[in-house]
Design a protein around this ligand. Structure first.
Ligand code: TYM
Length: 332
């Protein structure tokens, strides 16, 4: 079976609808036909300022949410990045074949270091995309299901795989990004010119998958639209309404056109009320299930331990090949 791999950072108490629609729901679908590896990149989570107790708590919360959205540990390998030391080890080797200028061109580093300035940013944040390349290449993944914002990182991953293969011999599978266009970039509710993101404009701009339904309804009611009053998909001229339509469509499986037709001539009020209902139906069982899973950390530990053991089998083999290829003497 072809293999997929992807990761989601434990950097908030709840994932948001961009994470779910852009990535997680595809992860769930892909586990049926692919050999799927999904992980929580805690090493990545400490590249910006962090609080240890929060990292710890959010890692469990992330694991519980992954199970709650439908990942099945019997079908997918679920693990925590730091449980598989080969990630950091391969990242070192890849750091040594990555150009400084090449790393500097990564737009996420520019964005994330913009606030405090490059001088204050960590070196870990700088080499973040190289660690991400290691994540993917260790598992010889054929496909990487992600949202649009990860495209540049996957291009770097492909470049590094090809470079290593041509310099030291065929070692890595060159992965394809799996980006599903319709929901690859869910937008901020308050500023539909930017993506929905944990570091968003304001909490009002993001819908969490564990959001309290009343709070979600309030955010949807105050979501920025436009003054033309027509529910219609037009990403260029009506980004706010189009974004809400994309969310509605993805959560119900109904077409955007069909939904738009249903609200013809009614303004945005009824449309927003119904979308709130759709979101409420989505978050309510997820909240309950996540809460339930969080009550038994021992059970989550078992899932993650089993996942890490399976992941290490694959990762250690790739790392051994890499070490051989670059000429390291095997420990005897
Ligand atoms: P992260 O944790 O920021 O996001 C997890 C996934 O959610 C997608 N996503 C979105 N999709 C659509 N619309 C949005 N507004 C939106 N916001 C986020 C992301 O594209 C991502 O797929 N660097 C990665 C984590 C990572 C990784 C990896 C991914 C580490 N190693 C290896 C794949 C393979 C990240 O920070 O994603």
């Amino acid at each position: 079976r072809p293999r997929v791999l992807s990761g989601i950072q434990p950097t908030a108490d709840s994932f948001h609808l961009g994470n779910y629609l852009g990535a997680l729901r595809h992860w769930v679908a892909l586990q049926e036909d692919y050999d799927a590896f999904y992980f929580i990149p805690d090493l990545h989570a400490i590249t910006v300022s962090f609080d240890p107790a929060t990292v710890h708590d959010r890692t469990y919360r992330a694991a519980a949410q992954l199970l709650a959205v439908g990942l099945d540990p019997r079908r997918s390998t679920l693990f925590v990045q730091s449980h598989v030391p080969e990630h950091a080890e391969l990242a070192w080797v890849l750091n040594c074949i990555t150009g400084f200028g090449e790393a500097r061109r990564m737009t996420q580093f520019k964005d994330k270091s913009a606030k405090g300035g490059v001088e204050a940013a960590s070196v870990g944040l700088f080499t973040y995309p190289v660690l991400m390349a290691a994540d993917v290449l260790l598992y010889q993944a054929d496909g990487v299901p992600v949202g649009e914002d990860q495209r540049q990182h996957l291009e770097l991953t492909r470049d590094l795989a090809q470079r290593f293969n041509s310099r030291y011999g065929d070692t890595f599978t060159v992965p394809e990004p799996f980006i599903v266009k319709d929901t690859a970039k869910i937008l901020d509710l308050q500023d539909p010119t930017i993506k929905m993101s944990k570091s968003a404009s304001s909490p009002k701009g993001i819908l969490e998958i564990l959001e309290e339904p009343r709070s979600a309804a309030k955010k949807i009611r105050s979501a920025v639209t436009d003054s033309d009053g027509e529910v219609r998909f037009d990403a260029a001229d009506k980004p706010g309404v189009s974004n809400l339509l994309s969310i509605y469509s993805a959560l119900t499986g109904r077409g955007v056109e069909e939904i738009a037709a249903q609200y013809a001539g009614q303004g945005y009020g009824a449309f927003k009320v119904d979308l709130s209902e759709v979101v409420s139906d989505f978050v309510t069982p997820l909240r309950a299930r996540t809460q339930e899973l969080l009550e038994d950390k021992g059970e989550l530990d078992l899932v993650l331990r089993d996942g890490a053991a399976r992941a290490r089998e694959v990762a250690s083999k790739t790392l051994r090949d890499v070490y051989d290829r670059v000429g390291f003497v095997r420990a005897s």
